[in-house]
Design a protein around this ligand. Sequence first.
Ligand code: ZN
Length: 315
Amino acid sequence: MNAEIKMMTSYKYCEKTLQNAIPCSGIGLHGGKKVNMTLHPAPIGTGVVFRRVDVTDRDNLIPATYDRVVDTRMCSCVGNEAGVTVSTIEHLMGALHGFGITNVIIDVDSPEVPVLDGSAMGYVTLIECAGILEQDAPLKAIKILKDVSFADGKGAEVCLYPADEGLSLDFMIDFKQSRAIGRQEYSIRLTPRTFKDAIAYARTFGFAQEVEMMRSMGLAKGGSLDNAIVVDGDQVVNPEGLRSDNEFVVHKTLDAVGDLYQLGMPIIGHFSGVKSGHMHTNTLLRQLMADESAYEIVTLDAYEASLLTASRRSA
Ligand SMILES: [Zn+2]
């Protein structure tokens, strides 16, 4: 971990923000225009909140929570009651989840986040450059108490299962139409280290025919081989090739890490995704939160202490 971490807390698990504000700019995937973004430190209890600084006549704050998701077709897009939205947030959300950043205000001057290279690596660098500040408030987590699942009837399925500690994920994809992708499986336990070393690098991907179609609909104007893997039939079009043999399924895992953070706190449980996308994960989160018997909110220090007591009792 290269991020400098400053401690201001007596809790082992605490809320976190950034030490300093940090700006960046890049192209928006759909609009194709330059977007300026600044991540700002935020007080305890803020959560992850986007602020559309180009909108001045209405409420421009958009908390990045599952119940604010208004579109999941191409990416994750959140909006507020005034109809102000920000899209393509999932890779940045993944990096915030990976590093456990609880409180941050993200200024953007456009309806989308800069896509950078299509992975989460650039956001990791931003967080590391800004530094992490541990805040004096105990961290709460959502503990999954029973299996919750959603299947779309077309082969995609997502599930959350109970687990004793932390968040682990597994993902499976099966693209029969392209041997460049094929069937891939991946599983990982999420920590800042595994996020940075094993997940963050994986780029988003699309098919050449889809890119054509999206362009004709005025979407993906900023999409290029600089910010996505493009697959044409059985071939990867990008001259540099893939960053790993399983980059596709690792990217799907990154998307899930980002989308799951819309719960606003870490999860104690296991996520499983089969051929799923943003819509499936969002539906799963809505189902989870609609069933009060499916989860409980725990304070992590107290939860860990209770596990120790339980293991002493069973020893
Ligand atoms: Zn993605």
